[in-house]
Design a binder for this molecule. Sequence first.
Ligand SMILES: CC(=O)SCCNC(=O)CCNC(=O)[C@H](O)C(C)(C)COP(=O)(O)OP(=O)(O)OC[C@H]1O[C@@H](n2cnc3c(N)ncnc32)[C@H](O)[C@@H]1OP(=O)(O)O
Ligand SMILES: N[C@@H](CCO)C(=O)O
Length: 384
Amino acid sequence: MDQTTPTQIEHAHMLFPEGMQLECGFRLAPVRVAYRTYGTLSAARDNAIVVCHALTGDQYLAETHPLTGKPGWWSRMVGPGLPIDTDRFFVICMNVLGGCMGSTGPRDPRPDVAGEPWGTDFPPITIRDMVRAQKLVVDALGIARLFAVVGGSMGGMQVLEWAATFPDMVFAAMPIATSPFHSAQNIAFNEVSRQAIFADPDWHGGRYWEQGAVPARGLAVARMMAHITYLSEEALTRKFGRRVRRDPYDKAGSLSLFGEIFEVESYLRHQGSSFVRRFDANSYLTITRAMDYFDLGAEHDGDPSRPFHGTRTRFCIVSFTSDWLFPTSQARLLARALNRAAANVSFVEIDSDKGHDAFLLDEPDFDRTVRGFLSGAAEHARIG
Ligand SMILES: CC(=O)SCCNC(=O)CCNC(=O)[C@H](O)C(C)(C)COP(=O)(O)OP(=O)(O)OC[C@H]1O[C@@H](n2cnc3c(N)ncnc32)[C@H](O)[C@@H]1OP(=O)(O)O
Ligand SMILES: N[C@@H](CCO)C(=O)O
């Protein structure tokens, strides 16, 4: 594991000194958005795709990650000749507002108190705020209309918010493994994660920098619990079954209570500890809250179709059969809402036993769906 710490990295970014008005009413200034691009912007500036990352992703989409040294989270999807073909499209990926990989977030110095980070005083962020911050970058790049916006999970929420808030800017939209609102079950999972962080003695009311420690134990437990929801029973069984790591009987012949007995325990601990090395607890709180607040119908008497009335964006909704976090039933609600809005919408349910994270893994049917939808839309948009 690379020993680089998140704060040691200089991320490519744009700085907007005027900042932006947040949905909560707070004016956040300055605003910094860290981003990466792949491919070449066409002379007509008509081939741009914004890819939106999920809860713990970041802008390092299709290159070696500077912290982990691993390939970017969608390296198998984005690149020359790949389903999101950078020989053809110009891909932009931005770290979300509130994140911890270079965009303005709780770890940044607050402008009003010298030498202090925002911590838990960082203003609440919504998915729309994230998208409006991304639009600052898209505008600055001189792109008047995006060919497409694509993303999974919380990235899918941003896709929907892009299409709802800036309908004339989005030609094609691909919301993957997502929902028109964050469900009660998902808010509940997020709350368990947050409580795990709060229960850590190193949490210190969110001012953990004062102690020179981070709430590593709580953040790791939060990730361990959340990671189970990203998989499926079949995926966990296939990976580990009931395999044991060590003999559960100690030298005295008693069954052990403690330690990593089963492989799956060891795996989850590994997921938890590696997460702590790349993520900030206050960002985790900010971003999980943004997901919880997401509800396309909230300002429309609960009707998620209303933001899309009159839309000309063409949509392709994707869900996975074994995703129990954002199940197909929620994707269907989205499809029905878009149908009621008379949108141009297709809906693909991919047969997969890999759970919610299937969108990050090798699923040939999914790859074909992404490639097919973008190629078809590009023909209609008359791109290259
Ligand atoms: C979507 C976005 O916007 S970006 C966010 C996506 N990235 C993440 O979520 C990062 C963490 N998540 C993961 O790694 C996810 O499981 C995935 C979906 C990205 C990858 O899935 P898979 O390829 O199936 O990997 P898997 O879940 O098996 O994890 C492999 C890791 O577990 C470790 N592991 C496997 N078995 C064990 C075990 N018995 N004990 C301990 N560690 C184990 C491997 O060594 C490997 O570690 P490494 O990642 O440090 O190299
Ligand atoms: N595992 C991914 C997807 C979660 O929705 C992440 O951590 O961002």
